[in-house]
Design a protein around this ligand. Sequence first.
Ligand SMILES: Nc1ncnc2c1ncn2[C@@H]1O[C@H](COP(=O)(O)OP(=O)(O)OP(=O)(O)O)[C@@H](O)[C@H]1O
Ligand SMILES: [Mg+2]
Length: 381
Amino acid sequence: MSKELIRLRGCTMAFDGDVVLNNIDLNIRDKEFLTLLGPSGCGKTTTLRIIGGFTVPTSGDVFFDGVRINDLPPHKRNVNTVFQKYALFTHLDVFENIAFGLRQMRPKLTKDEISRRVFEMLEIVSLRGFENRDVSRLSGGQQQRVAIARALVPRPRVLLLDEPLGALDLRLRKDMQNELKRIQQAMDITFIYVTHDQEEALAMSDSVVVMDGGEILQIGRPEDIYNEPENAFVADFIGESNIVDGVMISDGTVEIFGRRFECLDRGFSPSEPVDVVIRPEDVDIVPLRDGMLTGTVTNIIFKGVHYDIIVDFKGFKWLIQTTDMSPVGGRIGIKIDPDGIHVMPKSRYSGMFGDYSSYSAEYDEISDVAAEAETGDAREE
Ligand SMILES: Nc1ncnc2c1ncn2[C@@H]1O[C@H](COP(=O)(O)OP(=O)(O)OP(=O)(O)O)[C@@H](O)[C@H]1O
Ligand SMILES: [Mg+2]
């Protein structure tokens, strides 16, 4: 594991007394791809601006390579930024856009050196052959690559990226996600990336930092964040989750809906109330008599690889992903293996997420359509 490069220690940011970052601690390793992930307004851009030197925290310290840099201006930090609105110089071609920063360097670089470095960057962002093109005649994805090349050409040790793919359509976003990861590895530097898109965060990052309300809720590898969310907010924000109330009976046994389930979690107090998260892909459908729980299918949607079905268990609606067709109205049994059950302590987010009748806009719409169809049927009778 590489060594620490950046450290935020006890950083708080307040605007007119409003605390928007609350005492955050964050260590960023050299050459890692770290993503700040969270809903709008949670403090991602503010955190990035503190690292970039555009914002000085109200309190707390910022260290770069062990040196406190609170008062170091942005241009003296070994950091560069790609913004969502990449603001290219539209009157300059691709070459000149990338060369722009190099031409400002003192001592001056030679013409050959500038050309060599621009072409090296064109190669890295796969824009060789586009050097004389006006940037206004590039696609969105190509413009984004120019912005990245321009930020990378001075060879910063850290690149900050604030929702750089926000303006691109989904397909291009996916391509650029792979590209960014490849570029980060080719440059062998640290990327600090901001997004509110959890899929993007999971796909690209070495570390994901989940934020909400100016606080860091969890830091970890994508797998850890997905498999071991620390509270209901993280479980809900990362992927699809059924989150239900439970009681931890003892190490390895949790009770949900009055039934006891074996799980891998331990270390809770006896009879401690908990939140239990069950991912839709971890639920097996079994014959009714073999079910640990039984429920009624209320919706089914074909998703290509699998079906999403919504199943009502005592009024609580779960999302289950299955390759088996289960008709609406049918009763099914379910089984969950111990490693498909993840127990979390109660938190301020308990009870806010995880029931598919109340929270998913997509499914609300579908239920409305289903309800209309039912009314229609009733009229025909
Ligand atoms: N200069 C400022 N003055 C006052 N409030 C600010 C300022 N900059 C940010 N804020 C507030 O701080 C909070 C966090 O803002 P920030 O831009 O860091 O959020 P974000 O996580 O990047 O959100 P988004 O995903 O919408 O970009 C918001 O409530 C915002 O209104
Ligand atoms: Mg932002």
